[in-house]
Design a binder for this molecule. Structure first.
Ligand code: NI
Length: 154
């Protein structure tokens, strides 16, 4: 049976058996094109279809972290801080940009949802560790459209 810890305002005795995942969701809009410059038009179209032409998406990015609950705040991470880190490391770099041309950390990358999720993971992992010992990045999910998403997790 769960009990509220009288001094600390949290549920006592369950943390050791369970993991807690906290997720922040942010959105951004960006343009991209899926093509390899060394391939001809026919091959690009055969592999990437309509995505071989410039187009855009309203992306949804979900970032999840795990850690222990701070007994004073009841939080694993302050969502204001998590939000600020995601905006600083990722959203501020990609929102209303062309992902193939405008984003230095994506230079030379075919900006599929898979590659974007991995690149965002790389940027977020170091950023989230700063000043938050015990708070670890566990999942990055990038929703590109209502029909597809890519997810990186550990
Ligand atoms: Ni696309």
């Amino acid at each position: 049976m769960l009990k509220i810890h009288p001094e600390e305002g949290r549920l006592a005795g369950v943390e050791s058996r369970l993991s807690i995942l906290v997720t922040r969701r942010v959105t951004f809009a960006a343009a991209h094109v899926l093509r390899r410059p060394e391939w001809d038009e026919e091959r690009n179209h055969a592999i990437f279809g309509a995505c071989a032409r410039d187009h855009g998406h309203n992306y949804v990015l979900e970032v999840s972290v795990s850690g222990t609950i701070d007994p004073d705040t009841g939080m694993v991470v302050n969502l204001k801080d998590l939000d600020a880190a995601v905006r600083d490391a990722v959203v501020g770099q990609v929102d209303h940009r062309h992902l193939n041309h405008d984003v230095p950390f994506l230079a030379g990358v075919v900006p599929t949802a898979e590659n974007l999720a991995l690149a965002f993971w790389e940027r977020l992992e170091g950023r989230l560790a700063e000043g938050r010992p015990g708070c670890r990045l566990r999942r990055v999910r990038l929703v590109e459209s209502e029909n597809n998403a890519a997810e990186v997790w550990r």
